[in-house]
Structures are given as structure tokens and as C-alpha cells.
Design a protein around this ligand. Structure first.
Ligand code: AMP
Length: 179
């Protein structure tokens, strides 16, 4: 696991935007990190180091910012990518789970048969806040017969309780930065 001080440069690439998308929300914007070649590589290196080699078949990527990291991480892990999307976006038959957000509520869907039953699945997103999104994705993976290997995020907001929620379910998670 990477020592937190090694990741200090990454923190400087996260931009905080107050009152977006609603008053009172401090939006942690990862786009400066994504746009910085060294920062992006460092983030992917740290995520890769946090995962046991050859332990993942599928990276389940949560729309939309999870998508931006999933292809690169999956390629490093020798895994495939499965998109987990907002309702009505996937063309084929889907499984769906409704969930609560830090702001509002939503639903996540995944294609039926997106991966073979028994596949070892890692869930990836940019950030965990209340954990509603991640838990919904974990439930989808398990309903689809996946073996949930764990969750990875760039950012955890521990005060909002999401990572504790995952731990309470016995699901392992790791984030590079905490705010
Ligand atoms: P939650 O379901 O509450 O854990 O929210 C996580 C999802 O909402 C992730 O897909 C994040 O991209 C997004 N999100 C929630 N809160 C924030 C925040 N403060 N800054 C950036 N993204 C957020």
C-alpha cells in the first residue's frame, strides 16, 4: 500500500468547487488530475499497487467518472471493463438497483450477462461519499453472480460514512486520498 505522504502531489491536483452541484456540497473535481500526465500515472500506479496481481477479472466502472480510470486500470490488471450506468443508457437487457446519493437519488444498471458467473470483480469510482452508489454497484455485481474482490476510489469522504458502510458489509475498500 502506498504511504499517504507519497500521494501529496495528487492532492494538489484535486480542485474543490464549493456549492456544486447544490449549495453546501464541496465538489471534489478530479479533472485537473486526469489532465496531468504524471498525476494520472501516479494515481494509476497507486491503485495498481493496492491490488493483488492476477486477482481481478473485471473492473466494474461506475458512470461517469469511474469510466475515465477503468480502461487504464483494467489494462494494467489484465482485466476487462464492465460499465455500470445510469438508467436507460445500456442497449441490452439490464439488472438495476435504486440508491440514495449525497445529493438526490438515482438508479444504476448493468447488462445481464455482462460477465461470467464467478468472475472476480473490482468496483471502481472516483469518489465515495455516503456509499449509496458503491453499495448499489456491489449489490448488482453480487446479483449478477460476481465474486466481489473490493472497491477502489481516488477519494474517500469518511465523514459521510460510505467506506464504513462497505466495511460493515465485509467488503474491502481503499481510497488514495481522504477529505
Ligand atoms: P455516494 O453515493 O454518496 O457515495 O456518492 C458517490 C458518487 O457521487 C460518486 O460517483 C461521485 O462521483 C459523486 N459524488 C458525491 N459527492 C461528491 C463530491 N463531494 N464531489 C465529487 N463527486 C461526488
Amino acid at each position: 500500500m502506498t504511504h499517504p505522504s507519497d500521494l501529496a502531489p495528487l492532492r494538489s491536483l484535486i480542485r474543490t468547487i464549493p456549492d456544486f452541484p447544490e449549495p453546501g456540497i464541496k465538489f471534489r473535481d478530479i479533472t485537473p488530475l486526469l489532465a496531468d500526465a504524471r498525476g494520472l500515472t501516479q494515481a494509476l500506479d497507486a491503485l495498481e499497487r493496492s491490488i493483488e496481481p492476477a486477482s481481478v477479472d473485471i473492473v466494474a466502472a461506475i458512470e461517469a467518472r469511474g469510466f475515465l480510470l477503468a480502461g487504464a486500470l483494467a489494462q494494467r490488471l489484465g482485466a476487462g471493463v464492465v460499465p455500470v450506468r445510469k438508467p436507460g443508457k445500456l442497449p441490452g437487457p439490464t439488472l438495476g438497483v435504486d440508491y440514495a446519493l449525497e445529493y438526490g437519488s438515482d438508479r444504476l444498471e448493468m447488462h445481464v450477462g455482462a460477465f461470467a458467473s464467478g468472475s472476480r470483480v473490482l468496483v471502481l469510482d472516483d469518489l465515495i461519499a455516503t456509499g449509496g452508489t458503491a453499495v448499489a454497484c456491489g449489490e448488482l455485481v453480487e446479483r449478477a453472480g460476481g465474486q466481489l474482490i473490493g472497491f477502489r476510489f481516488l477519494i474517500d469522504l469518511p465523514a459521510l460514512g460510505g467506506s464504513a458502510l462497505l466495511a460493515a458489509r465485509g467488503w474491502g475498500s481503499h481510497a488514495l486520498l481522504r477529505y
